[in-house]
Design a protein around this ligand. Structure first.
Ligand SMILES: N[C@@H](CCC(=O)N[C@@H](CS)C(=O)NCC(=O)O)C(=O)O
Length: 208
């Protein structure tokens, strides 16, 4: 039975799963759910994912949600030992650290910047909240930039789950229209990510 990914492609969190599945060459189906497609408030969906958010991944009878848990599961269950999520404790520790940092430190200010600049009409924006979020997110992107001064990808010389979780947001951060700090290592890494077909063709287009 193929894996089934529930969630629309406007979602950065869905995109992480799509990119991981494509990168590993795994067979899957994706169904548009959420955003204009709806379907998140049905009892059936809530039984699989009580948060009412996307993505949810179905593997037979098993349903898993939280995007970084989803991409870890994909690797653990369907591509053990792959370069995306190696089993070596040190390498895995580094990847987990960046995955958790993405959710706990980057996601919130990044969402404020994105939702303000892309989803909120100019006259309804809160410039104070936007400036604070740009400052907070800029600090976090600075941590990634410092790491990328030392290595090609966030956790070494190969693409890993950490790059996927940060990369989908880097596309937005580097292409939205605002004054951002100059982070040359981050920009060079983003260009390396664009060599990956799934990212380039499915995600790295207009931001919306
Ligand atoms: N922490 C969750 C956040 C999930 C989340 O916020 N998903 C958003 C899209 S990025 C969502 O479902 N929004 C409602 C919608 O798109 O209809 C994860 O990483 O999976």
């Amino acid at each position: 039975m193929p894996l089934v990914l529930l969630g629309h492609l406007k979602s950065s969190n869905v995109m992480k799963a799509v990119w991981a599945l494509d990168e590993l060459g795994l067979a899957y189906e994706r169904k548009d759910i959420g955003n204009v497609w709806g379907g998140l408030n049905t009892p059936e969906y809530r039984a699989m994912n009580p948060t009412g958010l996307v993505p949810t991944l179905l593997d037979g009878d098993f349903a898993i949600w939280e995007s970084n848990a989803v991409i870890r599961y994909i690797c653990n269950a369907h591509a053990p030992g792959s370069q995306l999520y190696p089993s070596d404790p040190v390498q895995r520790g580094r990847i987990d650290q960046w995955l958790d940092c993405q959710q706990t430190q980057m996601a919130r200010p990044q969402a404020v910047v994105f939702l303000t600049l892309i989803r909120t009409p100019q006259d309804k924006r809160d410039p104070v909240a936007l400036a604070a979020a740009i400052k907070d997110a800029g600090k976090v992107w600075g941590w990634a930039d410092a790491e990328l001064a030392r290595r090609e990808f966030l956790c070494g010389e190969h693409l890993t789950l950490a790059d996927i979780a940060w990369g989908v947001h880097a596309h937005r951060w580097l292409n939205m229209d605002f004054d951002r700090p100059d982070l040359p290592n981050l920009s060079a890494w983003y260009l390396r990510l664009l060599r990956h077909e799934s990212f380039r063709t499915k995600w790295a287009g207009p931001i919306g």
